[in-house]
Design a protein. Sequence first.
Length: 230
Amino acid sequence: MPLAVKIALVVIGVLLLGLALIGSGISRRLMTIPKMHRAPRVALAVLGVLLLVGGTWGLWAGAANHGPTLADLRTHVPADVKSRLNCTKAVETPKDGVELDCSTEGGFPDHVWYVMFADVNSMQNYWMQEAGTSNRPGTQCETIDDYKNGSKTAYYLSDQSITNGDVGCYMDGKTFVAVYTDRRFNMVVIADESDPQKFSDFTNWVYNTSQPPGPTDTAPPTPSQTPDGS
């Protein structure tokens, strides 16, 4: 519902309630306004309440559901990625988030997705879902064994890391999959590559090219979840 319509509903609701009030006993003091019969007064009051409640709820829901846009997300996709890959709106997007699918036939890596959320906890929940269940603290997702065994290093409350709050990697069949968060912008980045000959290039790309640009001198929000998701 457009914002103007929500505001109009609130205004009309207030006017109808005011009209019903004027047509009640108060009108006895306003000699120029005849007293209104009970039935139309009740109808006006009920309609006014319904419009007022509907418009107010619409304004509240609109404010509560405000989230990032694709335009917001595009500003945080690295220039090198946008110049080499065709980033378009993903067919399916997670709840409370927007997603760009930068997977391009013949491009490198095989697939790349950038996802942005309205808040840090929505981002964290999504990362936990996408990073898998394995958890080997201390690994960095740098070797093929890390991917084969499954590695996940979650953000700890005492850790002030900024660009990579959480890192996860695993094998999807014969495909290497890397998933990490950027807590500065409430983003999750997912990439995969199926050619083992390109593994070194892939890990280098994940750590040095895929990361969203932006200032790193301000500490980002802290997720409320603990590392194990509890």
